[in-house]
Ligand binder design. Structure first.
Ligand SMILES: Cc1cc2nc3c(=O)[nH]c(=O)nc-3n(C[C@H](O)[C@H](O)[C@H](O)COP(=O)(O)O)c2cc1C
Length: 307
């Protein structure tokens, strides 16, 4: 009970979720939930199937607990994701992260988000508009200006009047002023939450051989920046919508730090790569132990206390 979270009108068994990219095509949702995660964000799903970038496209940086990926949205497409989601045995929380096909022109990107929303709205508990992956040329430009407001508005319409809440996932490589403006635009246009953050194009502190790698960096080197972005967004829009904190989370202490910085929910991916399937259950047990030790009755009472 202490770990349960109510957010976007949904009930989560605990605040810890699987970040987008691990289960791109909804192949393993029930298994991931059985490991102890409170939710899974599948995707990024693109409207049409596409192969992603040529291999190699994922590199481990084990000495830093980090990964660099340049996958470029390999996706079986929206129809395949629908078919998989229809086979699910139970209804725990599954979010659907949606994106554009590589060969869709940026000016027409909104049509791809609409197509995904039309196909998947009925099968996801929430949708996340991904405008922040570094591996689809131009995608992150969609965070700026009028494009984002239009994408949020039209994707919500495409999801239907009773459609699921729509979240927007942002990059960590934005200035404070950009973060405030972009988050405000998203929320004004109807976003029900912000997911922060995606991978970074920064390479600070990485060994020389990784400096020139293409792609997005995730894991421990992202943690401080992602926490800072979460704190900023909580101050900017936290009174209007919940923040989902992602980036470098690997322990119960990391989860609680992110919650105190303003995250109502958290997600992880890279730590799971290094630590394996037992880690979700371990983190949930560690969170319960922290509640005993620190005396809090609900994780929600900690949200934003250090923002
Ligand atoms: C191999 C890999 C693939 C990813 N694919 C996606 C994706 O398809 N869509 C997305 O929004 N984020 C994707 N991400 C980003 C993660 O969802 C997350 O935002 C980021 O990795 C930071 O969290 P972490 O440090 O716990 O990994 C991917 C990350 C990795 C490592």
């Amino acid at each position: 009970m202490r770990l349960q979270v109510e957010c976007f009108g949904l009930r989560f068994q605990n605040p810890l979720g699987v970040a987008a990219g691990l289960d791109k095509n909804a192949d393993a949702v029930d298994a991931l939930l059985a490991l102890g995660f409170g939710h899974v964000e599948i995707g990024t799903v693109t409207p049409r199937p596409q192969p992603g970038n040529p291999r190699p496209r994922v590199w481990r940086v084990p000495e830093q607990g980090a990964v660099i990926n340049a996958l470029g949205f390999p996706s079986a497409g929206a129809e395949a994701a629908c078919a998989r989601l229809r086979q699910r045995s139970e209804r725990t929380v599954v979010g659907v992260n949606i994106g554009k096909n590589k060969d869709t022109a940026l000016e027409r990107a909104v049509e791809d988000y609409e197509a995904c929303a039309r196909a998947l709205a009925a099968l996801g508990d929430y949708l996340t508009v991904n405008v922040s992956s570094p591996n689809t040329p131009g995608l992150r430009e969609l965070q700026h200006g009028e494009m984002l407001a239009e994408i949020v508005r039209r994707t919500r319409v495409a999801a239907g009047a009773d459609g699921p809440p729509l979240l927007v996932k942002l990059a960590p490589d934005l200035s404070d002023a950009e973060l405030e403006r972009i988050a405000t635009v998203a929320v004004d246009a109807g976003a029900a939450g912000i997911v922060a953050t995606n991978t970074t194009i920064a390479r600070d502190g990485l060994p020389a051989q990784y400096q020139e790698h293409p792609g997005g960096l995730s894991g421990a080197p992202l943690r401080a920046r992602a926490t800072e972005v979460c704190r900023r967004l909580y101050r900017d829009v936290g009174s209007r919508v919940p923040i989902v904190g992602v980036g470098g989370i690997a322990s119960a202490d990391d989860v609680l730090e992110r919650v105190r910085a303003g995250a109502s929910l958290v997600q992880l991916y890279t730590a799971f790569i290094f630590r394996g399937p037992g880690m979700a259950g371990q983190l949930v047990r560690d969170l319960s132990a922290a509640a005993d030790r620190e005396g809090w009755r609900s994780v929600s009472e900690l949200v934003g206390v250090d923002a």
